[in-house]
Design a protein around this ligand. Structure first.
Ligand code: HEM
Length: 188
């Protein structure tokens, strides 16, 4: 495969880093919210919020990269309906990756708990303190996360179908390519 048929190294790095962080954030999020109030619970909330804000920044960077760098096209033999479905699912993934951390930030603001990124940088609250709004945003944050899990399951099944059944390059385009690695090794 030529390099133009691959995502750029930056796009791949952001894809896998954000995926890993979202997996960890969801695991921690569901675990911590069921814990009884304790110093550990508060510590986990802080870690979750710091990592969540970090993912928010990475997602904004990824969206900026996506807008300025054309991704490889879908396989020519792919049916039109599947191409439309893939486009809708990719849009849904970007929308959820953006809205989930934003809803967490809005929730924390409305609940009156300012986020201090890594305990150093205070992040401005987006909403005034309001318990009813804070509780509603918690439901929104949870529901969006459950929706994201569903969309990710379909995304992964589709990627595996492309690789093992259609035997095309869709999954390989997002994996490290030897040529790219080799050329980067030469450049460093
Ligand atoms: C991609 C980023 C994020 C993901 C995947 C994520 C995921 C989750 C999940 C799965 C939960 C458990 C939901 C529940 O069962 O109630 C949760 C809870 C929570 N999240 Fe996030 N989150 C993210 C970003 C953020 C951000 C940026 C903040 C705040 C700055 C935040 C604040 C919270 C808080 C405070 C809770 C606990 C809610 C409660 O129990 O009262 N999250 N998150």
């Amino acid at each position: 495969m030529s390099d133009s048929m691959h995502y750029t190294s930056t796009a791949k790095t952001l894809h896998w880093l954000i995926s890993l962080m979202i997996f960890c954030l969801q695991t921690l999020g569901f675990y911590m919210s069921d814990l009884p109030l304790s110093p550990d619970k508060l510590k986990f909330y802080s870690w979750h919020k710091w990592a969540g804000v970090t993912v928010f920044l990475l997602v904004i960077a990824r969206m900026g990269w996506r807008i300025t760098h054309t991704p490889p096209g879908m396989p020519e033999q792919m049916p039109k309906l599947q191409k439309v479905a893939a486009t809708i699912f990719h849009f849904a993934l970007y929308a959820l990756m953006f809205l989930i951390p934003l809803s967490g930030w809005l929730m924390s603001s409305a609940k009156g708990f300012q986020t201090v990124w890594f305990g150093v940088f205070p992040i401005p609250d987006l909403l005034p303190k309001d318990k009813v709004v804070g509780d509603a945003l918690k439901e929104v944050h949870e529901a969006l996360n459950k929706l994201l899990i569903g969309v990710i399951v379909v995304h992964v099944i589709a990627a595996l179908k492309h690789h093992f059944i259609d035997k095309d390059n869709v999954l390989k385009q997002m994996l490290p390519s030897r040529r790219q690695v080799a050329s980067e090794e030469i450049n460093h």
